[in-house]
Write a protein that binds this ligand. Structure first.
Ligand code: 0L1
Ligand code: MG
Length: 259
C-alpha cells in the first residue's frame, strides 16, 4: 500500500473516532488489504496520535482467546496501542463519547524491565514484570455494527477505546495467573466468566507473543509500560446506565458506570 493511501485511511479512522461515527470497513473499498498493509495504517494512526500530544500507556493484545481466533479464522492474535486519553479515571465513561462500546475483563501487566524479542518466553515475561492488576477494556470498533475482517480491525488499532484499571497490584509470583477465575457482571447480573488460561494458556504467554511480534518491526516492550493481555471473558455490549464490575480471584475487583 502506498504511504498516501495509508495516511488517508488512518486519518479517516481517527475522524470516525473523534466524531463518534461508525464507518464502512476498509476492505469494502480495498478488498485486497493485507495484514501488513493494515499494520502500516495502524502505524500511521499511532504516529498521528503521538503528534497530537497523546502518550502511549502500552501496547495491547487482542483476539487472544481461542473462541475469538476461531471466529475470525486466524491463528495469531493482533496488537494495538492504548493511549493516555483512553485511561478512565473517576469510575465513569460517557456513552456519548463512544460509538457502540463493549467491555471485556483482562489482566494487565506492568513491566519492570524492557522485554525484547524474538524468542521471548512467558517465564522471561514473568521475571521482567513489576506487577499485574485487573482491567476492564472497553473496545469500540469504528466499523458499522462491529463487523470487520482481520486487516480492518488491525488498521483500527484493534478497536482500542477505553480502559479502567483496578487498584489491586500483585507481583506475578503471588498468583497462578492461568488459574485466576474471573466474573463479569452488569447491573448485578453475571454476564461472562472465565479463567486466565483463556488467554493463550497463560496471560504471560500473550506478553511474550506481543514482544516477539513487535520484534518483527524492530520494536520492544519498555519498562513502565502497562500491557493489556487480552479478554478473559467474552465482550459484552454496554448501554447508558450500566454498572459494570469484574471480580478476579486474588486480584480484587474493578468496575465503572456508563453515564
Ligand atoms: O481487545 C480485543 O480483543 C479486541 C480486538 C479486536 C476485536 C474486537 O473488536 O472484538
Ligand atoms: Mg481486549
Amino acid at each position: 500500500m502506498d504511504r498516501a493511501t495509508a495516511v488517508s485511511l488512518a486519518e479517516w479512522l481517527i475522524r470516525a473516532e473523534v466524531e463518534k461515527r461508525e464507518v464502512t470497513r476498509i476492505t469494502e473499498r480495498y478488498p485486497e488489504l493485507t495484514v501488513e498493509d493494515a499494520y502500516q495504517i495502524q502505524e500511521v494512526l499511532v504516529g498521528k496520535k503521538l503528534e497530537q500530544g497523546y502518550r502511549i500507556v502500552g501496547p495491547k493484545m487482542g483476539l487472544t482467546s481461542r473462541a475469538k481466533m476461531k471466529q475470525m479464522n486466524v491463528d495469531e492474535p493482533i496488537y494495538g496501542f492504548i493511549f493516555d486519553y483512553m485511561v478512565v479515571s473517576g469510575g465513569e465513561i460517557s456513552f456519548r463519547d463512544l460509538i457502540h462500546p463493549k467491555v471485556e475483563a483482562e489482566i494487565a501487566f506492568v513491566l519492570g524491565r524492557d522485554v525484547e524479542g524474538p524468542g521471548v518466553t512467558g517465564a522471561q515475561v514473568l521475571a521482567a514484570t513489576a506487577h499485574v492488576m485487573p482491567a476492564l477494556e472497553i473496545i469500540d470498533s469504528r466499523y458499522e455494527r462491529f463487523h470487520f475482517t482481520l486487516p480492518d480491525v488491525i488498521a483500527d488499532n484493534a478497536s482500542s477505546s477505553r480502559v479502567v484499571f483496578g487498584t489491586t497490584l500483585k507481583r506475578p509470583d503471588e498468583l497462578e495467573l492461568d488459574l485466576v477465575g474471573v466474573t463479569l457482571s452488569i447491573n448485578g447480573e453475571l454476564k461472562e466468566m472465565g479463567a486466565g488460561a483463556a488467554v493463550l494458556g497463560h496471560p504471560a504467554n500473550s506478553v511474550a507473543m506481543l514482544a516477539n511480534m513487535l520484534a518483527r518491526k524492530g520494536l520492544k516492550l519498555k519498562a513502565g509500560q502497562t500491557i493489556l493481555t487480552g479478554g478473559i471473558t467474552g465482550a459484552v455490549m454496554l448501554q447508558p446506565g450500566d454498572v459494570v464490575s469484574a471480580r478476579l480471584d486474588g486480584l480484587g475487583s474493578v468496575g465503572f458506570l456508563v453515564r
